[in-house]
Design a protein around this ligand. Structure first.
Ligand SMILES: [Zn+2]
Ligand SMILES: [Zn+2]
Length: 262
């Protein structure tokens, strides 16, 4: 592979309760592997999602900030460390995003739930065109707010699809075009390669990245970023990263290696 993967902006830690490793353990691994930057973006605490998914507890958020601050002070000579969260978009949370952006460097949009007629539904379970359209509308609205620098696994909503119908391709295109307009980087998420493939009509599909989606990204000339979405320090440099890089190279997708922060 030509370009080395040495900046990762999507990193979790033990505080979300389904990732392994402290902030310091990830930082040390990154330094050892010659990384120039590491951004932490653990799953944001979210009261009304707390019972549905493993994520950081509200009372652990100050610990997160404290550990980040300590790492920044201790390792600033060796690596750039950024503070972020991976968070869902909901209409009523604009104040929260603004407050978070006062203390963090950027936010990653990771839409793991949609609101369908007032009910929360996991994106891992969505399948109908109606549900897919809600996902599209939600993340487009989110990108328009400009709170988010990176759209994590944009293709996650295709998780239960086999061959993509024209209507679904059109939804993908809408998402990609808005990302391009709003300068939101579309994330090729290596964590998808660490997951079990999805079977539909006897054919195996990656849960994400979905090649069909990334072909459209190339066709529409939008920008991508590769993320480890590390849930273990070893994920910063594993085989999944290699696969994500290979996808971008095979499809000649323009990949930003460095996140520009204003
Ligand atoms: Zn996670
Ligand atoms: Zn993540």
């Amino acid at each position: 592979m030509t370009n080395q993967f040495n900046r990762n902006y999507h990193t979790h830690c033990y505080l979300c309760k389904h990732a392994k490793g402290t902030i310091e353990e990830y930082v040390l691994e990154a330094i050892q592997k010659g990384f120039k930057a590491i951004g932490f973006s653990d799953h944001a605490p979210m009261k009304f999602l707390q019972h549905r998914s493993l994520r950081m507890d509200e009372q652990d958020y100050p610990i997160y900030l404290k550990e980040l601050k300590q790492a920044i002070v201790k390792y600033y000579e060796y690596i750039l460390i950024y503070k972020s969260l991976e968070i869902e978009y909901f209409d009523n949370l604009h104040n929260r995003y603004e407050k978070l952006l006062d203390e963090l460097d950027y936010l990653i949009l990771g839409q793991h739930y949609i609101l369908d007629e007032g009910k929360l539904k996991s994106v891992y379970k969505i399948k109908t065109l109606k549900e897919l359209t809600i996902y599209k509308t939600t993340i487009i609205k989110a990108m328009r707010t400009k709170y988010f620098k990176i759209l994590a696994h944009p293709d996650i909503f295709l998780i239960n699809q086999g061959e993509l119908k024209k209507e679904i391709i059109d939804l993908c295109k809408e998402i990609i075009l808005v990302a391009k307009q709003e300068n939101v980087l579309l994330e090729i998420n290596a964590n998808g390669y660490r997951k079990k493939k999805h079977e539909e009509n006897g054919k195996l599909y990656n849960v994400y990245p979905r090649e069909e989606f990334w072909r459209l990204v190339k066709e529409l000339n939008a920008k991508a970023i590769i993320s480890a979405d590390a849930h273990h320090p070893k994920h910063l440099t594993d085989e999944a990263i290699y696969q994500a890089q290979k996808l971008s190279i095979d499809l000649s997708i323009e990949v930003e290696e460095e996140l520009v922060l204003d």
